[in-house]
Design a protein around this ligand. Structure first.
Ligand SMILES: Cc1cc2nc3c(=O)[nH]c(=O)nc-3n(C[C@H](O)[C@H](O)[C@H](O)COP(=O)(O)OP(=O)(O)OC[C@H]3O[C@@H](n4cnc5c(N)ncnc54)[C@H](O)[C@@H]3O)c2cc1C
Length: 495
């Protein structure tokens, strides 16, 4: 089928999906207030791939001979990674990096799942074949994916095996045709607008031998016995001038509930195998595959926020104060860090001995993933500090229409007219103060795992040999005139 258009994408959403909000089932997400604007933005993403100005940049010729978004590419060189990064950036620059779940994010994820077919098929090859076929299906049909990897937050202390069964989605029974699945998984961001759900339990969550919860599958979002429970929508359906971001990029988060839902075998790629479950993170190389998108998105997002902060500071001339400049310089430092990591990720990419594909540099990705939650919170703090009461002096479009020139004197900036200053401050408030903005911050803190625990895991898994031996060499009892002890290895090659 190849690349879809926006219209084809929207048409596919008009199906039997069971999406619930505010006590009712949504009939059509493309028409539903609070949802329809996001659907339109996603349709624009699909149309963007056909735009002659970027078509060659964001798509590639697949081994089938058709074209797909380049986020689906199985990278066979650093050049492939560079091309993929440029395509990620093309859309992130359109949206100020404020769409964490642009479709290209999960396209790269399903590629990684397919590319790990040797892992899924290690004990039973058919699971590996299915994982790869599911990747091909998504690529060939240009499908939009959500994902649910986490068990519902009922009890984080007791292991799953000691909790009430089937809070987390698990297998109830199996037949020659498939399995019956019961229970919930979180957080299906974007799910109401997606075609399929990639679901396996995060390998950070412990499962027991032969566990019913060691289950990986790709089911349609519109699937019998599958409900999607939404939080409140943060798209207030106001004018885009009043809410320029939340009114266009309300990605929505959901809980997936499988109610004895039948899942045919061809949708299952991991099944009751604790060894496979435990090895998933390194085998699938999720950090590198998704982290590349995250780094590129962070560059656009930080550049956008720098622009917002700078224009705000200019509008009331506080940009002339050294303390304000220091804050702006801090945002520049965050941007420089993300840019440097995005470059290092690709230039330091490694070829996998398992499948011959190139994966971006893990150290660069880990650094970016763990630094950005702190950067983001800091940047939001800077913008709030620069804005002060200016956020409160920001009436909506209707008030401007009613009072017109009467507002000019009190709401303008030093050199900006009232309408433009207010538009800028409202946009900034959408980022730092609206419900949607609060969710953005939560997203940055958590979407790639809780940063505290992920840092602890990073330390637990880190090879400390070199660090320790360096200290030990320098601790050797000092003797007068004795030279430094040298490492037991060849000196590192010049870089
Ligand atoms: C906006 C948003 C969108 C998301 N989208 C998706 C998505 O599309 N798909 C998806 O699969 N997931 C998604 N996530 C979920 C994300 O992966 C999780 O939030 C993350 O893995 C942390 O899990 P948790 O939220 O259950 O928090 P928990 O792991 O329960 O942590 C909550 C708090 O308890 C502490 N804590 C919990 N357990 C322990 C422990 N064992 N030891 C020490 N401290 C502990 C943590 O440090 C943290 O402070 C999203 C999350 C957010 C906020």
């Amino acid at each position: 089928m190849g690349l879809r258009t926006g219209a084809q994408y929207l048409e596919a959403l008009r199906d039997e999906r069971e999406v619930w909000i505010s006590g009712k089932r949504i009939a059509d997400v493309t028409e539903e207030p609070g949802f329809r604007n996001m659907a339109r933005t996603l349709a624009q993403w699909y149309d963007f791939q056909h735009d002659p100005a970027v078509h060659d940049l964001v798509t590639y010729e697949t081994p089938d001979g058709d074209r797909a978004h380049i986020s689906y590419i199985e990278p066979r060189s650093k050049e492939d990674l560079r091309r993929r990064g440029a395509a990620f950036a093309a859309w992130a620059d359109v949206t100020g990096g404020m769409m964490g779940r642009a479709p290209d994010y999960m396209n790269a994820a399903i590629m990684a799942v397919g590319a790990a077919k040797a892992h899924w098929g290690q004990h039973k090859p058919e699971y590996g074949e299915r994982a790869y076929d599911l990747y091909l299906k998504c690529r060939r049909e240009d499908l939009l994916l959500t994902h649910t990897f986490i068990n519902p937050m009922v009890d984080r202390f007791k292991p799953l095996s000691e909790q009430e069964p089937y809070i987390n989605a698990g297998v109830v029974e199996e037949s020659s045709e498939g399995i019956t699945v019961r229970g919930g998984r979180i957080v299906g961001t974007m799910a109401p607008f997606c075609d399929v759900n990639l679901s396996f339990l995060s390998p950070n969550i412990t499962v027991d031998e032969e566990d019913i919860y060691a289950l990986g599958m790709v089911t349609p979002v519109a699937h019998p016995g599958l409900k999607w429970i939404c939080r409140d929508t943060y798209d207030l359906e106001r004018s885009h001038r009043d809410y320029p971001l939340s009114g266009r990029m309300e990605e929505m988060d959901t809980v997936a509930v499988y109610e004895d839902s039948f899942v045919p075998w061809e949708m299952v790629f991991e099944y009751k195998d604790v060894e496979i479950h435990n090895r998933t993170a390194p085998a699938v190389r999720f950090f590198q595959s998704l982290g590349h998108h995250v780094l590129v998105k962070n560059v656009s997002k930080t550049r956008f926020l720098l622009g917002v902060a700078h224009l705000m500071a200019e509008s009331s001339q506080i940009s002339k104060f050294i303390n304000v400049q220091e804050r702006l310089g801090d945002i520049v430092t965050c941007l420089n860090t993300m840019e440097a990591l995005a470059i290092a990720a690709v230039e330091g990419a490694e070829k996998s001995a398992d499948n011959g594909l190139y994966y971006v540099n893990e150290a660069a990705v880990q650094a970016g993933l763990r630094l950005y939650p702190e950067f983001y919170v800091r940047i939001v703090g800077h913008i709030k500090q620069l804005g002060g009461a200016g956020f409160m002096a920001a009436p909506d479009q209707a008030t401007f229409e009613a009072l017109g020139q009467g507002l000019e004197r009190y709401f303008r900036g030093a050199e900006t007219d009232a309408e433009n200053r207010v538009a800028l401050f409202r946009l900034a408030w959408d980022v730092v103060g609206s419900s949607w903005g609060g969710r953005q911050e939560l997203y940055e803190r958590f979407f790639f795992g809780d940063t505290q625990r992920m840092k602890a895991l990073l330390y637990q898994g880190y090879n400390l040999e070199e660090a320790v031996s360096m200290v030990q060499r320098l601790l050797e009892p000092p003797q007068p005139g004795r030279p430094f002890a040298l490492p037991d290895r060849e000196p590192p090659a010049a870089k």
